[in-house]
Design a protein around this ligand. Structure first.
Ligand code: GAL
Length: 328
């Protein structure tokens, strides 16, 4: 009897960690399969078959401070995530010196070359280098090897975003402080940034684009570093623009509920197409504790709105979302 009690007491933490999560809980700690808070900040999502891979900045405590790490998590329901490891473990690749920067990784799968191509923001401590780095892997979950770094289209590039159109074309979104917000097409093998689709002359970063019901929606945040601000959106019938005037995605005084955009993910189900807003709630002094704000958007007819965060779930087959009834 006593033995049984000890066995249960010993197993309890493991049992609760491996329990399936039913709800996505924006702003809360988000445990992976081991019960550790997911470390995939400034992230991106790549869907391969039925599996979603979430890549992001690994910011757990105790990392080798000379290196920078990109993590990878896998999920088939967008709610329960399995840590696949730090798929990029990079030594300072361009002699950038102390406090060099590797941020906002995004992975594109190239069906022709069968390579996974990772873009990330590479910089020195003063953010003056303003380049993208390109790394590749034969598998989604690494390991990735560093190939090169450059300024896309010869322009400064800090925050980057990814967008795959319905026809499969891959685009990089990048913020270029002197000029604005670029949407640019990748080359055939994805190893270069080939063609400017448009330059939106707005000071926006954390850029994301989605193609929904025949209209393109772009969102971005103001340039306030780690501090939240009212993120905004505009629409266009073509990626080249013209883009509409930028409007708030939520009540401006809420400052995007303390978050900053990183991606919009479209889920096309049998009954509904849902678009998920993915954002980071940064904690600059305790980065490992930075949280995520993922919420389904109210979107359509040229309007986009981020509802107040609350727990929700998505049925990936139907595309329908459900919110938790907090009154119960
Ligand atoms: C933010 C940016 C982050 C990080 C930070 C550094 O504006 O979105 O990715 O670069 O600045 O201050």
């Amino acid at each position: 009897m006593k033995n049984k009690f000890f066995l249960i007491a010993f197993l309890l933490p493991f049992i609760s960690f491996s329990q399936k999560r039913e709800w996505i809980q924006p702003t809360e700690l988000w445990p992976d399969q081991n019960g550790d808070h997911i470390q995939a900040h400034g992230g991106g999502i790549t869907q391969i078959g039925k599996t979603y891979y979430w890549y992001g900045e690994e910011r757990r405590q105790g990392l080798d401070s000379n290196k920078r790490f990109v993590s990878c998590y896998a999920s088939t329901d967008l709610t329960n995530w399995t840590f696949k490891g730090d798929v990029l473990q990079l030594d300072d690749p361009e002699n950038l010196g102390r406090r060099w920067v590797c941020e906002r990784p995004k992975v594109f799968y190239n069906a022709k070359s069968k390579k996974y191509v990772m873009y990330l923001h590479l910089d020195n401590a003063s953010y003056k280098l303003a380049r993208v780095a390109v790394c590749v892997s034969d598998k989604p979950d690494g390991n990735y090897t560093y190939v090169k770094s450059f300024r896309p289209l010869g322009q400064e590039s800090r925050d980057i975003g990814q967008f795959i159109d319905d026809d499969g074309t891959a685009y990089l979104i990048f913020e270029d402080r002197p000029n604005g917000f670029h949407i640019a097409k990748l080359s055939e093998d994805y190893m270069d940034v080939e063609k400017e689709m448009c330059l939106v002359k707005m000071k926006l970063e954390g850029g994301a684009v989605v193609h929904f019901n025949g209209l393109y929606y772009a969102i971005g945040s103001a340039l306030t570093g780690w501090n939240p601000n009212p993120n905004k959106y505009a629409t266009a019938t073509s990626l080249e623009g013209p883009w509409s005037e930028f409007k708030d995605i939520a009540p401006p005084e809420k400052k995007t509920y303390g978050s900053q955009s990183t991606l919009m993910l479209k889920v096309v189900g049998k009954k509904k197409t849902s678009v998920i807003f993915m954002a980071d709630i940064w904690k600059p002094r305790t980065q490992w504790d930075s949280r995520y704000l993922w919420m389904p958007l109210e979107i359509g007819d040229g309007k986009l709105w981020l509802p107040e965060p609350k727990p929700w779930q998505i049925n990936l087959k139907t595309g329908e979302v459900k919110f938790q009834d907090l009154s119960k």
